[in-house]
Write a protein that binds this ligand. Sequence first.
Ligand SMILES: [Zn+2]
Length: 216
Amino acid sequence: MRYNYKNLFASQHEKFTAILGQDYFSSLLVEDDLSDSAIIVTDKRVYQVGKLYEARQRSRIGSHRAGRGKKIVSLMDITGTSSKEVSRPVPGSALIAFGVLSATLGLLSDVRQSTYIMLGIALISIAAGVWLILKLRKRYLVIEYAGGSMAQPVKFITDSELNLFQGIISDEKEKLISGAADSKECPNCGEKIQLSAKICRYCGEEQKDLSTEESR
Ligand SMILES: [Zn+2]
C-alpha cells in the first residue's frame, strides 16, 4: 500500500506536519510505503494508516489489536498523548506453565534420573518463558481522542523524542483552536484568511461580506 498527499488527506488544503512511522519522524511524506503503520499529523487532522492499532486500556493481555486501513481523527478531538510499554505475555506464560508441569511430573516420578531430567527441562522452559515475556514488551505511543485511542509501536525512544511528537500535536491543535475563532477559508483558493478580510491575500479574490449579502 502506497500513500501520498493526494489520496491520504481528507481535504486538499491540509498541510503535512509530522509523521511517526517505521523510521521515526521519517522524512517528508512523498511516497512512503506505509504498509506497516504510521501516524501522520497535519494542521487539521491525525491519520493512522497501514496496520491499525487500538489501545485497549483495560485488558492486560493483547492490549493492541491490529487491523488494516486508514483512520482519521480531527485534531480538535485529540484529548492527549501518552506512551506505554505493553507486554504480550501469552507465549512466555505458556512456556512457564509447561515448565511447572514438567517439574511436577518430575517430582512425582520414582526414578531419580528422570526427576533430574524433568527438573532440568522445567528450569530451561521457565527461564525461556521469562525471557520471552521481557523480550516481547513493546512500546507504543498512544494518541487519545474523544471516543477512542490509536497506538503506534515505536522502536527508538527517548522521552524527549516522545515529548517532541506530543508537542507537535499540541501545537497544531492550539493553532487550530486559536485560528478557528477569527479566520475562514477563502472560497476561491481554500487558504486560511482573516474573517474580516475584504480581499484574499493569497489569490486576490474579493470576499463577500456575509452580513450585507443577507440583506440584499
Ligand atoms: Zn483566496
